[in-house]
Design a protein around this ligand. Structure first.
Ligand code: 5GP
Length: 200
């Protein structure tokens, strides 16, 4: 009896584990995400929906899906969002569910950059995901970065620092803590945690 012929098609991709990155205001989540996007284009970064207005240079569908609050509520109540939260007491942000599922099903490594409230929701619904907390080298450095970027009023800075204290206290809920002392180094550590090959 001859052996069965090897299947001619390649095996279907293994579903990937979702990676969730959270961390306090001004820690550099946006900078690290941008570094991942440019150096590791094989990683799919989720594009969130938000009710906040675009900042100069931000592009709808690239940085965020900018939607009105009515549309956002509709997406939330239709179950279209994997998680969502009101962040810094102002605007709503949420992760479109289907896009994430499509990437994972196709075996594409997917990364969410969301806040602590959102990370906790994903922990409930997708316990197999891995959770990374991006931390500042020190509290003083976080304050320096927030004030240094100068994009918020003094009142808003105080509000964000209060939230940051709460977020930093939740670090132990995460599977890994990555210190953002250097953007390239932090990116490489995240890439390694995602099981991907690092590049020089
Ligand atoms: P920004 O307005 O500066 O772009 O983002 C403000 C905060 O919203 C950041 O802490 C960011 O991580 C968070 N954020 C962005 N997208 C989402 C999302 O889809 N869900 C949640 N829960 N937070 C998000």
């Amino acid at each position: 009896m001859s052996a069965a012929p090897a299947p001619s098609h390649s095996p279907s991709p293994q579903p990937r584990r979702l990676t969730v990155m959270a961390g306090p205001t001004a820690v550099g989540k946006g900078t690290v995400s941008a570094d991942i996007r440019s150096r590791y284009p094989e990683v799919w970064l989720s594009v969130s929906a938000t009710t906040r207005d675009p900042r100069p240079g931000e592009v709808d569908g690239v940085n965020y899906f900018f939607v009105g609050s009515e549309k956002f509520s509709e997406m939330a109540s239709n179950g279209e969002l994997l998680e969502w939260a009101v962040v810094h007491g102002h605007n709503s942000y949420g992760t479109p569910r289907q896009a994430v599922q499509d990437q994972l099903d196709a075996g594409i490594p997917a990364l969410l950059e969301i806040d602590l409230q959102g990370a906790r929701q994903v922990r409930e619904t997708m316990p197999d995901a891995q959770f990374i907390f991006l931390a500042p080298p020190s509290w003083e450095e976080l304050v320096r970065r927030l004030i240094g970027r100068g994009t918020e009023s003094e009142q808003e800075q105080q509000r964000r620092l209060e939230t940051a204290r709460i977020e930093l206290a939740a670090q132990s809920e995460f599977d890994h803590i990555v210190i953002n002392d250097d953007v390239h180094r932090a990116t490489d550590e995240i890439i390694a945690l995602m099981g991907l090959e690092q590049r020089p």
